[in-house]
Design a protein around this ligand. Sequence first.
Ligand code: NAD
Length: 333
Amino acid sequence: MSHKAVIIRGDGTGPELCEAVLKVIDASGAKIAWSDAEAGEKPLQRGEPVVPDKTIEIIKKTKIALKGPMTTPVGKGSVSANVTLRKKLDLFACVRPIWTLPGVETPFKDLNIVIFRENTEDLYAQIEYMATADVALALKVISKSGSRRIIEAAFEYARANGRKKVAAVHKANIMKISDGLFLQTAREIAEKYPEIEFGDYIVDNFCMQLVTRWKQFDVVVMPNLYGDIASDLAAGMMGGLGVAPGANFGRDCAVFEAVHGSAPKYAGLNRVNPTALLLSGVLMLRHLKETQAADRIEQALYRVLREGQARTYDLGGTTGTQEFAQAIIAKMS
Ligand code: NAD
């Protein structure tokens, strides 16, 4: 069966990463009819919105997209293309699995954690302003309904995948009302899943325990900002941004993307690691029930990583982005 999916190639290193990943997906036997759509710097430079309406429309119609990273200027300029896309498609659940990859040396053995990050609220409401010439204010938005749907998604995932524990991460000791609401909601939902052990951690303590006692964590759910930061920390534990995949789910659409950004200093150099975006593509194939193609890619990638002859710079080698993709294709059986 053939599937339709949208590809957004993105900014910086996005286009070269997408080129490499599409070749591998194509070689896996999965039949995907790709439609290109734009978001990020290119439409912005033409004076269009950072996420054009036609991009939103085609994803709503197709329901599936694979996305390269997009650049957001720091401290000035346009709103984030990523945040805009997630909000316009109501992709409320950002799911970032962290596990030990064969052949990728890290001090963190036997990692197996899935992070659920709320994707539409919190400080990413992007409501900030100068209250006086001296004081900038930013609004942290946490709603009961927004908390409920991400926490339920984490519990449902745990139940469907035989996971034993869900932990909620918060800072309710300081933000008693906003993070307090998130925690209270988590406690209420946990009662409906008696077979799943529930715990909660204050975010600073969570970060410390993540790098000292990572094996105690299973599924973890948190508001947007903590999820953004903690999932990059967890990506580092997995082997770096070059290998950590992710997915954004709404009720209707799903957009798959790596945890990392556009790494602009490497743009056009054929150096960055396509593994993170490729594993995001594998998550997409599993979502489409293309299990055989997903398994083929994963096994070929694992063989390449284990053998270690082809490695991109971040994993200590000199192999280029496209050559790394070719090495994976060569190992497919
Ligand atoms: P980044 O993730 O782009 O890069 C940080 C560093 O991580 C890079 O310099 C590089 O050393 C390494 N790295 C990242 N991806 C890699 C890969 N595939 N292979 C090997 N090494 C890799 O973070 P940044 O420099 O803070 O952000 C650059 C831009 O990306 C910013 O505009 C930011 O807003 C944006 N961003 C986008 C997304 C997204 O599209 N989802 C996510 C995060 C950041």
